[in-house]
Design a protein around this ligand. Structure first.
Ligand SMILES: Cc1ncc(C[n+]2csc(CCOP(=O)(O)OP(=O)(O)O)c2C)c(N)n1
Length: 561
């Protein structure tokens, strides 16, 4: 059948099962947007392109599907870059469709022309400038395939206007043939046998799980492995939810703001099994000292991430879920009871660390931010989908909201993008319209994409925003307090909008709490009020996130209060 480029795009999106698209139009996408509204797909018009990408990203993180967004050429495309880099760092599958000036104008400084393929080369898994309408179906199919397979990531497709308008013969459901791209899903059995041998001989093992476990949908297999062998589990920020946070074997988050027990365990374990992790510097601290007594096993689908940051004794390249399945099967033949008995002293030690330093704060006259997150956890029974902005709000959420299931916690881990949380919450709410979706925000970050309240209102997406309002760029202020003699350079946010009135200006509802005894009532009201809500909690201004490992120090050297 003969179709235009824009029509072909719709056909491929339908074939790929796309039901929701986030976008912002321009001259270079008029043909595409004109066709989107002729389909059954829902298009969500955001107020800024960065938000379109974050919303598609939030949608992808909670649903496990590929997120899709459409932005126009030039400023539309450059506005999208932060969102693309955010998804790239966290390995989130996205297809970003960009409008581009007609092919004959490319390279001529045409109106709203920018080399977005060049700009995004280092922050996309792959990207394409579509040279002709004949190439479009193949490229689109490849884009989806690359985005979701192997280590997932964002793929950008830049489509010139004449390609959108050009006509060609379209054959549905074309097969993808990419000779040079073959991710290794199936692990090497011998390597996994080595892992089993190490588990058998280890006296002090520790599992370190990351976002790769969630991306591979391997959380159940991880839980089985940990429970059958009774190995304690710590998680990276991106891995929270890969293993139930309330399980007795969970040590919580590791790293710069990790728990005492997790960080100490990593320092003293003799075997560290890293699964779907990057060994990011926020996790390892001083790398020479990280897990220095341990043999390190690294299981990952991306061979290039293995040995990138830490030395590894046993590398295993493969899909995390498949690797965990095989490990579980191999372990069925082992004497697990004897193994557990040998490790009793280790488990006792871990338990002592657990009791020695619990996450703690003192709720006094002012509202403590930790108290707000704890109450939120209590009132939502730990069941909400939580997104965060970036900063202290993000770390307190990671520490005090205990994530028991996969894809419940949505946060910008790798890039640490302020302004991520609200649009990501919108995307998550689109994926799960009936779920309670809450963005925990700082007063700084929320102002980076607050305009998306309008999007939430327009599409009746009842996201709730909890602002931990300390009138500071709190996380930076914390560093200034601890390492710069309290010189709070450029971090004061004394002038802020009245968030209650701002909510109302968007047609939403706002609440404010200034005293600890108001926290519960405001949360209850806010969560029960239909539609989008902003809750402004005036929290203790100079509260710090603890534990904290100073940058570059070993992670066992924590500042505890
Ligand atoms: C786009 C962007 N700009 C700057 C930063 C650096 N940064 C990291 S945390 C932080 C402070 C965030 O302040 P706020 O949103 O008020 O949250 P709080 O730390 O107070 O909870 C800043 C400025 C960043 N992560 N992202």
């Amino acid at each position: 059948m003969k179709l235009t480029g824009a029509q072909i795009l719709m056909e491929v999106l339908k074939e790929e099962g796309v039901d929701s698209i986030f976008g912002f139009p321009g001259g270079a996408t008029i043909d595409i947007h004109d066709n989107v509204v002729k389909t059954d797909m829902h298009h969500y018009l955001v107020r800024h392109e960065q938000a379109a990408v974050h919303a598609a990203d939030g949608y992808a993180r909670v649903s496990g599907k590929v997120g899709v967004c459409i932005v126009t050429s030039g400023p539309g495309a450059t506005n999208a870059v932060t969102g693309i880099a955010t998804a790239y760092m966290d390995s989130i599958p996205l297809v970003i469709i960009c409008g581009q000036v007609p092919t004959h104008l490319i390279g001529n400084d045409a109106f709203q022309e920018v080399d977005i393929v060049g700009i995004t080369r280092p922050c996309t898994k792959h990207n394409y400038l579509v040279p002709s309408v004949e190439d479009l179906p193949r490229i689109l199919k490849e884009a989806f395939h690359i985005a979701r397979s192997g280590r997932p990531g964002p793929v950008l497709v830049d489509i010139p206007k004449n390609v959108q308008q050009g006509v060609t013969n379209y054959k549905p459901n074309q097969k993808v043939r990419l000779k040079s791209y073959n991710p290794t899903y199936k692990p090497n059995a011998k390597q996994l046998q080595k892992v089993v041998d190490l588990i058998k001989s280890s006296k002090r093992p520790l599992i370190f799980a990351g976002g790769g476990v969630l991306l591979s949908k391997g959380a159940d297999e991880l839980t089985r492995l940990a429970r059958s062998t009774e190995i304690p589990v710590t998680m990276s920020l991106m891995g929270l939810g890969a293993f139930p946070g309330t399980d007795p074997l969970s040590l919580g988050m590791i790293g710069m703001h990790g728990t005492y027990r997790a960080n100490m365990s990593s320092g003293e374990c003799d075997l560290l099994i890293g699964i779907g992790v990057r060994f990011d510097d926020r996790v390892t601290g001083k790398t020479d000292c990280f897990a220095s007594q341990a043999k390190i096993v690294h299981i990952d689908i991306d061979p290039t991430s293995i040995r990138k940051n830490v030395p590894v004794s046993v590398p295993v390249v493969g899909d995390c879920k498949s690797c965990l399945e095989i490990l579980n099967t191999l372990l069925e033949d082992e004497d697990l009871e004897a193994m557990k008995a040998r490790r009793r002293p280790w488990m006792e030690k871990v338990e002592t660390w657990k009791q020695q330093y619990k996450l703690a704060y003192a709720q006094e006259d002012e509202i403590k931010p930790q108290f707000v997150v704890e109450k939120l956890y209590e009132l939502t029974h730990g069941e909400a989908i939580i997104t965060t902005e970036v900063g202290q709000n993000q770390m307190w959420t990671a520490q005090y909201y205990h994530f028991d299931r996969p894809r419940q916690f949505v946060t910008s881990g790798g890039l640490g993008t302020m302004g991520f949380g609200l649009p990501a919450a919108i995307g998550a709410q689109v994926a799960f319209p009936d779920a309670l979706v809450v963005d925990v925000a700082g007063d700084g970050s929320i102002q980076m994409n607050i305009q998306e309240m309008a999007t939430a209102m327009q599409y009746k997406l009842p996201v709730k925003v909890v602002i931990l309002n300390n009138c500071y760029l709190g996380m930076v202020r914390q560093w200034q307090e601890l390492f710069y003699d309290k010189r709070y350079a450029c971090t004061g946010l004394e002038h802020a909008p009245d968030f209650v009135k701002l909510a109302e200006a968007y047609g939403a509802v706002g609440f404010k709490a200034t005293r600890p005894d108001e926290v519960e009532a405001v949360l209850r009201q806010g969560l029960e009020t239909p539609g989008p809500v902003i809750m402004d909690f005036r929290v203790s201004r100079e509260e710090c996130v603890y534990p904290m490992v100073p940058a570059g120090a070993p992670i066992t050297e924590m500042l505890l209060v």
